[in-house]
Each structure stands twice: as structure tokens, then as C-alpha cells.
Write a protein that binds this ligand. Structure first.
Ligand code: GRF
Length: 196
């Protein structure tokens, strides 16, 4: 059984969905730890409810960045982490962590990358841009994480149709629904279909 550590900063619906897929037996893995930079977020509550060991920090605490990166890395090693699953984590993953987990970090992004990816494209900003550009389709992308924001190898893209009358929040809803369908499936395929 592979050990996953989930990183999240937001409401945590993908995190919750991954935990459900595990309890339903659709995803064969264990969440051994959780990392967040947002102590007040819904995702932290979910980790608490499920009694998942946590590393939660607040950048206002004036960490020396290098020390913080090292502290997260030590925690990941302590948890015997096999894979890191980013589920709405808004900070860039530090190089020392990317280098310690090559091709072992998965991310989900709410657009069809490379469109609407990179620095500044997160959350509603993505869906507002999709709406503004009158796109007829959008979707989500699950990819491996390297040292460039949103640029690692793509594992799967799932499309949704955008109707002319859809608001940015309606687009967000459609995409999130697709994320919930795809992410646990792709994680299962990726971690359990190849030798470690
Ligand atoms: C998702 O849209 C995901 O694609 C992006 O952050 C959002 C997280 O949403 N990376 P939630 O907190 O899982 O609901």
C-alpha cells in the first residue's frame, strides 16, 4: 500500500473526495500526512476530522524560507511518503522537495493546460478568463510536478463544454465535478500500475 501525503490550501473538496475513494476501495492507498499553509482552511478541518497527521504552517510566522522547506522535507521523510498529491495547494513546491520526489508529485489544475496555467492562474481567475475569452470548452488537467509552475508531463485531461450562458461560477462547478471523477482514478492508475 502506497503512502500519500496531500497538500491543500482551500476548501478541500478534492482532498475529501480522495479520502472517500480510499474508503470505497477505489483508490488503494493510505493518506499518511497532510500539509497546508492555511490553518483556517476547510482542508485542515477535513484532515482533523479524519485524524490525519498534519504539518500546518502560516507564512505570517516569519519562517526563514529555507528552514521551512527543509522542515517540510523532513516531515515527508518521517511519514515515509511515496507520493505527494497536490489538491488545491497554492504555493510553489520548493525545489528541494521536487528533487527529492522526482515524478512522485501529482497536481490537478482547473483548465486544459497549457491554456490558463502558470503564475496567477488559480481558482476563479482561471474560470473568469475562460468566460472572458468565450471558450466553448475547458476542463481539468492532472500532471506531474516539476520545477516550472503547471508545466510537468500531463497524465490526463478531461473536457467540459462551456455554454455561452454559463457564468464563471457555473464553469467552476462543471470543472470541479470533472476533477472529482478524474483525480482518484488517475492517482490509482499512476501509483498502482507501475513498479515503484
Ligand atoms: C481545484 O479547482 C483544483 O483544480 C485547484 O484548486 C482547486 C481546489 O479545490 N488546484 P478544492 O479545495 O479541492 O475544492
Amino acid at each position: 500500500m502506497k503512502n500519500l501525503v496531500v497538500f491543500a490550501s482551500g476548501s478541500g473538496s478534492n482532498f475529501k473526495n480522495i479520502l472517500s475513494a480510499i474508503s470505497d476501495g477505489k483508490l488503494k492507498a493510505k493518506v499518511v500526512g497532510f500539509v497546508s499553509n492555511k490553518p483556517e482552511s476547510g482542508s485542515v478541518l477535513i484532515a482533523q476530522e479524519h485524524k490525519i497527521p498534519r504539518f500546518v504552517f502560516d507564512l505570517k510566522q516569519k519562517f526563514e524560507t529555507g528552514d521551512l522547506d527543509q522542515a517540510i522535507l523532513s516531515q515527508l521523510k518521517y511519514w515515509n511518503t511515496d507520493y505527494i498529491i497536490l489538491a488545491g495547494y497554492l504555493l510553489k513546491i520548493p525545489e528541494i522537495i521536487v528533487d527529492a520526489f522526482p515524478n512522485k508529485i501529482l497536481n490537478i489544475h482547473p483548465s486544459l493546460l497549457p491554456k490558463y496555467g502558470g503564475k496567477g492562474f488559480y481558482g476563479m481567475k482561471v474560470h473568469e478568463a475562460v468566460k472572458l475569452n468565450n471558450e466553448t470548452e475547458t476542463g481539468c488537467t492532472i500532471h506531474l510536478v516539476n520545477n516550472e509552475f503547471d508545466e510537468g508531463p500531463i497524465l490526463r485531461q478531461s473536457k467540459v463544454i462551456v455554454s455561452p450562458n454559463d457564468s464563471a461560477s457555473q464553469i467552476a462547478e462543471k470543472v470541479l465535478e470533472q476533477e472529482h471523477l478524474s483525480y482518484p482514478e488517475v492517482i490509482e492508475e499512476f501509483i498502482n500500475s507501475k513498479p515503484k
